[in-house]
Design a protein around this ligand. Sequence first.
Ligand code: NAP
Length: 477
Amino acid sequence: MSETGARADLGVLGMGTMGANLALNFADNGGFTVALGNRTVEKSYGVRDSNPDLAPRLVPTDSIEHMIQTLKSPRVVVIMVNAGQPVDDQIALVLPHLDKGDILIDAGNADFNDTVRREAAVRPTGVHFVGMGVSGGEEGARHGPSIMVGGDRAVWERLKPLLEPISAKYEGVPCVDWLGEGGAGHFVKTLHNGIEYADMQMIAEVYGILRDGVGLKAGAIGDIFADWNTRGLSSYLVEITGVTLRETDPDTGQPMVDVIVDEAGQKGTGRWSVIEAQKLGIGATTLEAAVSARGVSSRRRERAEAARVFGDIALPGAQFHADRDGLGELESALECAKLIAYAQGYATLAEASREFGWNLPLGTIARIWRAGCIIRSAFLDDIAQAYEAGEVVNLLQAPSFRDRIEAGQANLRRVVAKAALAGLPVPALSAALSYFDDYRRARGTTNLTQAQRDLFGAHTFHRLDREGTFHHRWPQV
Ligand code: NAP
């Protein structure tokens, strides 16, 4: 059954959803011969047997040793297993069989701090360890994901011919690039997912307004999102919102979304993005709101009890309407809030670039997110152009975005205010608005915070009228 002979161009270790599809992509779009490896060995044979067209280029292997024997040298092994200990376990198993100059890639989602640690541990062996973010889910992995590569630049030059053919293309341009040393690839992937969380949460909040504030049925809301997808909000996430809302459950005949439990799962990337933003001192408040909202959603029983005690949402007097003006207001508010979320994500990337000395190519990041990944949209082309037009302190201040914010902020303000009065939760939309109002206020309120800190902890403060650091002898309390 098993084949030997070093004929495979690369090996993929992990035949789950992503690994199997990535292996098929390498064989199909890259024309590469791929060694398939998996903890549960039968899955590798299953992948080959269920893809007879590609079978000549798929080599199932029975063990790590067997995979190593089938790989041409210098070897390339792509690990695609669940984040955390499984990655460390796979590295420990493969590394002893690799030689100096071989490349070991972790293509799953990873906390970039783990990637930095793993790279440092592998480096003395002379094997190149690369942390690489892959976005696009099952379909992307199979037909063209967006790929964010970290590690040594020289290794990227070797990987380019393997990765460009399998990546998504936006107007013919491959959505893959080297973004920086060490954990840069996984850091950027993490922020991609953080932005994805915020984008999805904002969409869900607007869905909530249309469902509970206006009283529309799922299909009608799906039609609205499908319409919005033809204009400024055009994106994969808005497109799939329309598709999911219009879908009917074959068992009950109900809208599919109406039979799905309102508890959202998460696997860690959203949380990591928020933790890193906090460490860097960036207020990624829309990402935080999105991660928190998933946490609240998971406490379903508790929420049901609270609804019983306090009354459910949608108090009378909600001023939302599904007429032309009402929908236009919501569309504009969502666009404006989304822009603020992306600005927060990019501010985190910019700060990380400074902090870790990565020199992240922010325009390129927007370019490789234009196709293949979950947050893909034409809007990312505008972000890329903003970075290419000159230095960007913050996307909110880039000339092309300033106008859009000015146009949308009044609508965002009205939507958040009406939602608050109606008792409809909009944590991400309101986080976007508050952040914007905080960001644009020349004279903030932390002068008071500094006064308090100086009173109780002699933390000192700066004065508006004089240079230097000051401590005041406050009255004893
Ligand atoms: P999956 O379908 O659940 O497959 C998990 C794979 O990991 C299987 O091959 C499994 O082997 C293997 N595995 C798990 N624990 C292991 C262990 N302790 N030792 C050895 N192998 C182990 O997961 P997936 O969706 O493909 O995700 C893989 C990675 O891609 C994750 O880091 C995920 O976050 C990332 N990712 C996923 C998506 C997505 O849309 N699904 C998108 C981007 C990135 P067995 O078959 O033996 O169980």
